[in-house]
Write a protein that binds this ligand. Structure first.
Ligand SMILES: [Zn+2]
Length: 459
């Protein structure tokens, strides 16, 4: 497709802005529709409304939103404007809407930098239009199998996108063999990030998503293991394996509910870094964000400083104050992410109440069989877990899974609606950790936001 002409750009931009404003006036968020309307006037309007910008696109199974938020905050901390759409709309239509509404009436971008969260399958549509400076791939895990068709398929979808932008820097997770394999046979500059040793996370090595050596089909051997199938892998047959990361976590000094302290090694230099967003998996996201900022050529000391004040993305370790009691919300949508959340909770060594919410609507994937592959046994066997509330449309299936994991009926309460859940949580004596999947998170967050005065994301 050639670039749209000036008249079409103006028409398309106007249509996009007016549609979004009309939707908002009627009280709807409207993340995708304005983009669809804009594309009716000029199919590749995104190419015009992103022209000349320095853009980072973030894709992968887990950690996209948090990594985007960290990059956005780092760019701003370096004194630049940055565009980032916190609504999480990550398909072509939503991305088009966001960049086009950000442009002036002639379609010229208003900010120089942008961070775009992109669905793995949409990458090949988005990157040829926005010509990103960097594409970050966080990791690849089994997720929403009914939509993407397995982790191998997802990797191929990402590879199609990567092939379209040979000048883009790839920021890849050195610890995760599938995403690291994107560095093979491409002319792109590659920046690797990763964790150089074990991190004390509970859970055994899980090779379900590891695949085989992309060079010769050989099996992996691991010299150390961080979580799931991530760690120091190497092919027994041909020797291909983990690359030394350019941004490396060399040690983890502290992990708590208010953040982590780590040592990073960048270009051989050791730096002590505080990361405000808690949990071990966000240490990896912080390394990804740092590597992306390196691709943008930003000041690394300023970027590392910014990690100490970056705030959690919508629903991802967002903290609410309930009558003086802390409630942290952790979005979970697949076994790997859920197990990481459990290992965060069990690692804190404080008494707590857990809230698990499960829906199976379109935004979640209709197939909830992933709960069978999730290590609820880790959660249930934690002596600090004092109570579990179970809510959402699939609460009875989740309750069955928890019983199977060994949770006594006396420790579990099924709750029918979020209003009464909130009443119960208001009376809790222990910190509360809520683990909803996507549409359940939207509902629970709405109730929490109303009770605590937090705004909706599009305001
Ligand atoms: Zn091999």
């Amino acid at each position: 497709m050639s670039k749209p002409n000036k008249i079409r750009v103006i028409l398309s931009t106007a249509a996009c802005k007016l549609t979004r404003s009309a939707l908002r006036k009627s009280g709807r968020g409207g993340t995708a529709i304005p983009g669809k309307v804009a594309m009716k006037f000029a199919g590749n309007i995104l190419e015009a409304t992103s022209e000349g910008m320095e853009i980072v696109v973030v894709t992968g199974t887990n950690g996209k939103s948090t990594t985007c938020g960290m990059i956005d905050h780092a760019v701003r901390s370096c004194g630049h404007d940055c565009l980032y759409d916190r609504s999480g709309a990550n398909l072509l239509s939503g991305i088009t809407a966001n960049l086009t509404c950000n442009a002036g009436w002639t379609g010229k971008p208003k900010t120089h930098y942008a961070v775009i969260e992109c669905d793995e399958a949409a990458l090949k549509q988005v990157v040829p239009l926005v010509h990103p400076k960097a594409v970050v791939v966080t990791n690849l895990f089994s997720d929403q199998v009914d939509r993407l068709g397995g982790v191998e398929n997802t990797l191929e979808e990402i590879r199609k996108g990567v092939k379209l932008v040979p000048d883009t820097t790839l920021v890849l997770n050195a610890d995760e063999p599938r995403s690291a394999s994107l560095s093979l046979n491409v002319p792109n500059r590659v920046i690797f990030y990763g964790m150089n040793k074990e991190v004390g996370v509970r859970g055994d090595i899980d090779l379900k998503d590891a695949g085989v050596c992309p060079v010769c089909g050989g099996a992996w051997t691991y010299s150390y293991h961080t979580y799931a199938h991530l760690g120091g892998y190497r092919c027994e047959k041909c020797g291909w394996g983990r690359k030394d990361p350019d941004v490396a976590i060399s040690s983890i000094e502290k992990v708590g509910p208010d953040g982590s302290e780590v040592n990073m090694q960048i270009h051989g230099k050791n730096r002590s870094v505080r990361i405000a967003i808690p949990a071990v998996y966000n240490i990896s996201n912080a390394a990804a964000a740092t590597a992306a900022c390196m691709a943008l050529g930003l000041s690394i000391p300023k970027v590392l400083d910014s990690l100490s004040s970056a705030k959690a993305a919508f629903g991802r370790l967002e903290t609410f104050d309930l009558n003086g009691q802390r409630l942290q919300m952790i979005l979970v949508k697949n076994p790997a992410g859920c197990n990481q959340a459990f290992s965060y909770l069990t690692g804190l060594k404080e008494d707590y109440t857990a809230v698990l919410c499960l829906n199976n609507r379109t935004g979640d994937g209709h197939d909830i069989s992933w709960i069978n592959d999730t290590d609820y046994e880790m959660l249930v066997s934690d002596p600090h877990l004092k109570k579990i509330y179970v809510a959402g449309e699939c609460r009875s299936q989740l309750a069955d899974r928890l019983k199977k994991a060994g949770l006594p009926a006396s420790a579990m309460q099924l709750v029918d609606d979020y209003g009464s859940l909130l009443q119960k949580l208001m009376r809790e004596k222990n910190p509360v950790y809520a683990l909803p999947n996507y549409t359940a998170m939207m509902e629970l967050r709405k109730v929490l936001a109303e009770a605590t005065g937090r705004k909706d994301f599009w305001e």
